[in-house]
Design a protein around this ligand. Structure first.
Ligand SMILES: NC(=O)c1ccc[n+]([C@@H]2O[C@H](COP(=O)([O-])OP(=O)(O)OC[C@H]3O[C@@H](n4cnc5c(N)ncnc54)[C@H](O)[C@@H]3O)[C@@H](O)[C@H]2O)c1
Length: 267
């Protein structure tokens, strides 16, 4: 996959899957823009790309704020002239609690980042891609967008919504040369999964990690590079007629029904 001369914009680019995607896009020749509300993390990602001989810019922005989304799009186009690939990826996990105990403010916060952030990103990037007559967007959903996970109501609702937004936008822009797909990772070895392990098994996250990984057909978490590989494929010409799709990268979890396992302790 050759992205020479292309521009890749990545939200949540400061850590985890977003950082790995920035590095992978740059290795494949793209100029990369890492957007994150954690500006230092975005700068660190850009630094890694530059150390490897790539071209990268870091932008500090909160994806829930329309003005900041407009600003990251404007800055990218001003600097690099276009946006070929948009990895709409920033997300948060919220808390582990059942519906009847779930905090209203946490619910709003999760929907704010994971749904409104994805919506605003597409709202402001799509006009650039339509103007170009080309472009590919990958939204980060999750296996939590495909099946329920007890005790994660906000996260599950938000990721189901990401798939709805993906399919809707894909249909709107398919005749204008723009493709919109979603990636559905299973548990990936990042801060997010380790934070969930700690919530599920306070003081002994390692036990939860082992139990969770053992429950997966491949017996291990997905790596950030393995998710980035799917993202690059979906943004590449190899996926030229692929739009509106949802692509699992989950070690066989959903295929085997593992995703409905309730990992929370018995109450
Ligand atoms: N790790 C997993 O197991 C897993 C599984 C499925 C899906 N996902 C999804 O993958 C995406 C990336 O997660 P990750 O595992 O790399 O987590 P992470 O916490 O390592 O990285 C997420 C990044 O997003 C940034 N971010 C959060 N809120 C933001 C906001 N409002 N504006 C701008 N940036 C913001 C954070 O600062 C962080 O750098 C998320 O959408 C997550 O839901 C993760």
């Amino acid at each position: 996959m050759d992205f020479t001369g292309k521009v890749a914009l990545v939200t949540g680019g400061g850590n985890g899957i977003g950082r790995a995607a920035c590095i992978a896009f740059a290795k494949a020749g793209a100029k990369v823009v890492a957007v994150d509300r954690d500006g230092a993390a975005a700068e660190a990602t850009a630094g890694i790309v530059r150390q490897n001989g790539g071209e990268a810019t870091a932008i500090t922005a909160d994806v829930t704020k329309a003005a900041e989304v407009q600003a990251y799009v404007k800055t990218t186009v001003a600097k690099y002239g276009r946006i070929d690939c948009f990895f709409n990826n920033a997300g948060i996990e919220g808390k582990v609690a059942p519906v009847i105990e779930y905090d209203d403010a946490v619910f709003d916060a999760v929907l704010g980042v994971n749904v409104k952030g994805v919506f605003l990103g597409m709202k402001h990037v799509l006009p650039e891609m339509i103007r170009q007559g080309s472009g590919a967007i990958v939204n980060t959903a999750s296996v939590a967008g495909l099946v329920g996970t007890p005790n994660m109501p906000a996260y599950v609702a938000s990721k189901h919504a990401v798939l709805g937004l993906t399919k809707t936008a894909a249909g709107e822009v398919a005749r204008q040369g723009v493709r919109v797909n979603a990636v559905c990772p299973g548990p990936v070895d990042t801060r997010m999964i380790h934070a969930l392990e700690e919530q599920l098994s306070p003081g002994n996250p390692e036990a939860m990690s082992e139990r969770y990984q053992n429950s997966l057909p491949t017996g291990r978490y997905t790596t950030v590079e393995e998710v980035a590989g799917m993202v690059l494929f979906l943004c590449s010409d190899l996926a030229g007629n692929t739009t509106g799709g949802q692509f699992v990268v989950d070690g066989g979890r959903t295929a085997t029904g593992g995703a409905v396992t309730n990992l929370a302790p018995k109450r």
